[in-house]
Write a protein that binds this ligand. Structure first.
Ligand SMILES: Cc1cc2nc3c(=O)[nH]c(=O)nc-3n(C[C@H](O)[C@H](O)[C@H](O)COP(=O)(O)O)c2cc1C
Length: 418
């Protein structure tokens, strides 16, 4: 009952298989946070659909002796053009999950981005990998708390600061609110609605009992831990509660960029959650070195355009404006072919949010390693089939490779899994 699902993980052939293992391993009350998106999940699903609807025309009779997947982005050389996107609360999926993700990223020669809203101390995440580590910044706790976090990240060896700008408030996560996960973890001896919360806990038994391995690991790891990377003026970490209010109270505006850049120093400053070329150029003007086009995995504005559409619209405009920004994206990437499609618009790398969460939840190091192997194998196969040898060829030939599909509707597309 407590064993890692080794055989299932080894047999997984797609990241959707890994995701399904995660759903068997992690109770819905904890998994929902990772599954969910905003409102009716329109943007979450559109992120995935935009990739699925992209069709390609491969040239024939091309065979390269070697393939090269290395790329250079945000001041770092990566062996693979995908990296771990910042995902909060990963430690509810697996013990020390952020450090595990960092280790796996390092083993694959790629980068780990650590969320501010994480429960693994950043030093442990930095120590887990020799590869690049990037720190994602929210201003939770206010300016002075953020400055402490920025300096600490720099001292710990993080080499890029990723500032997220799409969280003026938390998105409307309806299913999350319905499930009331915080009622499941709080004490039933204090606070309001004691009886209701006690009943809520009892009702969870049917989903927890078949997942005792998760429960045991979660307890042994310390249960629901505070945010160790947000330290207040008294040296205390922010408790695991009230994130929504914290985000709203400390939303980023353009006027914050100068002091953030000054505190961070010379290393790359990246702006994440960019939805259009105009904002990318604004970020560049204010000193950003790169941007991540992203709608937060469909978790913020429920009708935001899909990430791939953001990229398709923004990249030509950045080219015309002679922008020097390093550009990446995230949102909806589930396979190596999706990675290739993202790069075909001229990006240097792409981020993986739910693929990372799925791998960690399915089986920690083993699960995430399998997820990354699948992504890598599919990327290499797709490069072979499209006759491209390296990342610059994908970027250069992208426009020729992509074709407008003649097939209307979605009947030919796979069902939405995650
Ligand atoms: C459960 C979850 C938590 C997230 N937490 C953060 C966060 O703390 N900071 C942040 O900048 N982005 C966060 N994101 C957004 C991701 O960095 C990324 O933009 C998104 O997951 C990409 O979409 P994908 O999940 O389809 O790959 C989160 C995403 C998920 C799914």
């Amino acid at each position: 009952m407590f064993r890692i699902r080794e055989n299932e993980i080894a047999d997984a052939l797609t990241t959707a298989d890994i995701w399904r293992i995660m759903l068997r391993e992690v109770p819905p009350i904890a998994a929902e946070y990772f599954i969910g998106g905003a409102d009716e999940l329109t943007t979450l699903k559109a992120n995935v659909l935009a990739f699925q609807q992209t069709m390609l025309a491969p040239p024939g009779a091309v065979k390269h002796k070697t393939l090269d997947t290395t790329t250079s982005i945000f001041g770092q050389q990566l062996s693979l053009p995908f990296f771990v996107a910042p995902v909060g609360s990963l430690r509810t999926l697996w013990p020390m999950a952020d450090a595990v993700a960092s280790q796996v990223a390092g083993e694959f020669g790629t980068a780990m981005t650590l969320s501010t809203l994480s429960q693994t101390p950043m030093e442990a995440v930095a120590d887990a990998s020799n590869g690049p580590k990037w720190f994602q910044l929210y201003l939770c706790g206010g300016v002075e708390t953020a400055k402490r976090g920025i300096r600490r990240a720099r001292d710990a060896g993080f080499s890029a600061l990723v500032l997220t700008i799409d969280t003026a408030v938390s998105g409307n996560r309806i299913e999350h609110d319905r499930m009331k996960p915080m009622d499941a973890v709080g004490s039933i001896y204090s606070g309001p609605r004691k009886l209701k919360r006690a009943l809520h806990k009892v009702k969870l038994a049917p989903q927890i009992v078949p997942r005792m391995g998760w429960l045991r690991r979660h307890w042994r790891d310390g249960g629901l831990l505070p945010f160790f990377n947000i330290i207040d003026e008294c040296g205390e970490p922010m408790p695991y509660a009230g994130i929504g209010e914290q985000l709203a109270a400390s939303a980023v505006t353009w006027s914050d960029l100068p002091w953030i850049k000054e505190t961070w120093g010379e290393q790359p400053l990246i702006v994440k959650g960019v939805h259009c070329a105009e904002d990318a150029l604004k970020a560049e003007e204010l000193g950003a070195n790169g941007v991540i086009f992203s709608n937060h995995g469909g978790r913020q504005l429920g009708r935001a355009i899909p990430s791939l559409q953001i990229v398709a619209e923004a990249i030509p405009k950045l080219g015309a404006a002679k922008s020097k920004l390093d550009c990446a994206m995230d949102g909806g990437i589930r396979s190596g072919l999706d990675v290739l499609i993202g790069l075909s618009y001229g990006l240097k790398a792409v981020g993986l949010g739910r693929v990372t969460a799925g791998g960690l939840g399915a089986g920690g190091h083993l699960g995430l390693t399998r997820a990354f192997e699948l992504m890598k194998e599919d990327l290499l196969r797709s490069m072979e089939l499209l006759g491209v040898q390296n990342i610059s060829q994908i970027q250069e030939q992208g426009e020729e490779l992509r074709r407008k599909s003649m097939v209307l509707g979605t009947a030919h597309l796979p069902e939405f899994i995650f």
